[in-house]
Design a binder for this molecule. Structure first.
Ligand SMILES: [Zn+2]
Length: 144
């Protein structure tokens, strides 16, 4: 049975929902640096497409994605910035979307986690697909 995710429209694979695919990705990324190098992209795509970020966090992530994808900044550098920016930011704004925030428009993402999932067995192709996913997410969140 193929369920469709109500948030990102991904079709489940082998009965796996987005969250379960994401958990598998995290396990790979934490255990193998060949996967781990795209960790920042994986997390931000998943969070963006599942409406988990607050408005200020969306603005921040969009900027960081463009640093990585367009300005050649290494995702590991962003992780360091994230730790310091996010700690400072804790007082001013929340990363997680808050109950009172505006309703986000539904976006027909051209790439979702279900497009990346079939490539998870090979780190090179996995990383290439996570990057495609990130590029599409960044462009499509801008055009909303
Ligand atoms: Zn989803």
């Amino acid at each position: 049975m193929n369920d469709i995710c109500s948030l990102c429209d991904a079709v489940s694979i082998d009965g796996l929902a987005c969250q379960e695919m994401f958990d598998e990705f995290l396990a790979l990324e934490f255990s193998n640096p060949a996967y781990g190098k795209v960790h920042m992209l994986t997390v931000s795509c998943f969070m963006i497409q599942h409406l988990r970020y607050s408005d200020p966090a969306l603005v921040w992530m969009q900027e960081k994605l463009s640093d990585v994808l367009e300005n050649g900044v290494y995702p590991s550098e962003i992780r360091l910035q994230m730790t310091s920016d996010m700690d400072q930011a804790k007082r001013a704004w929340k990363i997680e979307r808050q109950p009172g925030e505006r309703e986000l428009p539904h976006i027909n993402w051209s790439i979702t986690i279900a497009d990346v999932y079939p490539h998870k067995d090979d780190p090179v192709s996995y990383c290439a697909w996570v990057e495609k996913w990130a590029r599409a997410t960044m462009e499509e969140m801008i055009s909303q």
